[in-house]
Design a protein around this ligand. Structure first.
Ligand SMILES: [Fe+2]
Length: 296
């Protein structure tokens, strides 16, 4: 086991220009985590747990409890897998960091979720450009216990393998769907809008901003609209999309996207902060503090 992740190249991804790591699946080197690593986990876990009360989706909070995640120590993948495999057939696998796209899609298509084994350094508590253990484990894993969301993640992986074969714009369209749902999605629940996106739940600032700031748009989920919408990798999002249920996500993802990609090629992309007359608008953002350029 290497003590440091093995980086193989830099690549422009949805997290900016970041290192992409070896594709190897690694055993989580749990005994090599330092006291400082466990302390970083504890600090982040406790802070986010407090912030997420009344903000995160019900299932997120409940499932985190079912996994038995606590601030006391970095969870062991083996122990989480015992719960996860029997519930939805998903399995966590340890990786060095971000994977090449096709490798990532193939894992999802086979119900394997890659989790970065290393955790950020203390000076990166508030921001790290690439996903680390806290983002992957705290942010992504709880919803894999939800059967419908678990199926959606697999369907996304299968769609990714297919889009990779089609190439070019198809991957851009599909990546936007992942971005605006899995990473930055909101859900409408009985008591109001709640967060389910892992990029939000693992961020102190954005957990508050996405629900409470007047600046961003909050717009109803629309598959084609999302696939045309550019996004931000360097600031909070200008627009969040709201689903009614995880079934809505799964239903939208069931059809073959090939004809849709062919349609989308003919249409312009939509700036990250635009509101269209056809949108179902929960909140029209004030746009306060938005950068004028830099949507990707
Ligand atoms: Fe992520």
């Amino acid at each position: 086991m290497n003590a440091t992740p093995r980086r193989v190249e830099h690549q422009q991804t949805d997290k900016g220009s970041v290192p992409v790591y070896t594709t190897a699946v690694v055993e989580q080197p749990w005994s090599s985590y330092s006291r400082e690593d466990h302390g970083t986990w504890a600090q982040l876990f406790e802070r986010q747990q407090k912030i997420l009360v009344g903000r995160a989706a019900r299932e997120f909070i409940d499932n985190q409890r079912k996994f038995g995640m606590t601030p006391h120590a970095i969870p062991k993948f083996d122990e989480l897998n015992r719960v996860l495999k029997s519930a939805t057939g998903w399995e966590l696998i340890g990786v060095e960091g971000l994977l090449p796209e096709l490798t990532f899609f193939d894992h999802l298509a086979n119900r394997r979720f890659p989790v970065t084994w290393w955790i950020r350094r203390p000076e990166q508590i508030d921001y790290i450009s690439e996903p680390d253990l806290f983002h992957d484990l705290f942010g992504h894993v709880p919803l894999l216990l939800n059967p419908v969301f678990a199926d959606y993640m697999q369907a996304y992986g299968c769609g990714g393998v297919k889009a990779h074969g089609i190439g070019g714009d198809a991957l851009v369209n599909l990546t936007r769907l992942y971005w605006y749902t899995v990473e930055f999605g909101l859900i409408k629940q009985d008591d109001g809008l709640r967060i389910y996106g892992s990029g939000i739940v693992s961020s102190k600032g954005e957990s508050i901003y996405c629900l409470e700031s007047p600046a961003p748009n909050r717009i109803g989920f629309d598959l084609q609209r999302i696939m045309r919408t550019r996004y931000r990798i360097d600031t909070y999002q200008k627009t969040y999309f709201v689903i009614d249920s995880y079934e809505q996500l799964m239903d939208a993802t069931r059809p073959d996207f090939t004809p849709l990609y062919a349609e989308l090629v003919k249409l312009d992309s939509i700036p990250a902060g635009s509101v269209l007359p056809t949108d179902h608008v929960f909140h029209c953002g004030s746009g306060e503090g938005w950068a004028k350029s830099g949507d990707v």
